[in-house]
Write a protein of this length. Structure first.
Length: 255
């Protein structure tokens, strides 16, 4: 249970050290496409018109979006109003820039994954090219789940969780053990780690019927790195009320 950190700023469940939040990969190219029309940065004159009450309300939204632990929110709340105003304006401008890029939305990811699965069903699962595309989409999804604000992860939600668990289950149901399939399983576990890295995601997984059972299927000694990542997720579930019993039941079912 030493891998579970309750004090890190970004999460209450999983420890990744004190690394800074990774930046979205979209910044590697032009930040604003020529054909995009994002909102311009908020000028100081406009920011000054926001009342202190509005700034405090936006500050709470910003803190939730950053997925900070409660003990790390308090020092920010105690800062001078001028500093809080500057932080809120910076956050609003950053949000506008991200929305102005061509980054995929949670709904786009869900649609693309569902579409690839439908195409695969039509080809009777015989297309290695489709499996490669599915792996590529999962890799991109992992980056988005890790680098985007909490609100993005919440929008991915239970519909997104359903499709991740479906793909993982099918990998095991059809005994798919090629190199691509094994990479796909691990990418799904990494996606689930990012998804569960907050109180909303871990709750959705806990409440999902057979969700923990599907997760425990990835505790596979043949893939030590994936097994290690999966055990960390399972350990986090054990910290929840009745979580220990649910994990034991899941392990009994699938192992």
């Amino acid at each position: 249970m030493s891998d579970i950190s309750r004090s890190r700023g970004k999460s209450k469940f999983f420890s990744t050290g004190q690394k800074k939040r990774p930046k979205p990969t979209i910044v590697k190219g032009p930040l604003i496409p020529d054909d995009a029309n994002p909102e311009p940065p908020m000028p100081d004159a406009v920011a000054a018109t926001l009342s202190d009450h509005e700034i405090l309300m936006l500050l709470e939204k910003m803190l939730d979006d950053m997925n900070l632990a409660e003990e790390l929110k308090k020092p920010i709340r105690n800062k001078d109003m001028k500093i809080k105003r500057g932080m809120v304006v910076q956050w609003l401008n950053k949000t506008s820039i991200i929305k102005g890029t061509q980054a995929k939305t949670p709904q786009q990811f869900i649609y693309d994954l569902q579409n690839l699965l439908r195409m695969e069903e039509s080809s009777r699962g015989e297309s290695s090219e489709l499996r490669g595309q599915l792996l590529s989409n999962l890799s991109s999804l992992k980056v988005s789940l890790t680098s985007n604000p909490l609100s993005w992860v919440q929008n991915f939600g239970r519909d997104g969780l359903d499709i991740l668990l479906r793909i993982l289950n099918e990998c095991y149901d059809y005994a798919r053990n090629s190199e691509t399939e094994n990479k796909m399983k691990h990418e799904i576990i990494r996606c689930l780690k990012a998804f569960m890295n907050n109180k909303y995601g871990i709750r959705d997984m806990f409440e999902k019927e057979s969700g923990i059972v599907t997760l425990c299927r990835a505790i596979d000694p043949k893939s030590k790195h994936m097994m290690t990542d999966t055990v960390k997720l399972v350990a986090a579930v054990c910290l929840l009320e009745d979580g220990h019993e649910k994990v034991l039941e899941a392990l009994t079912i699938c192992h």
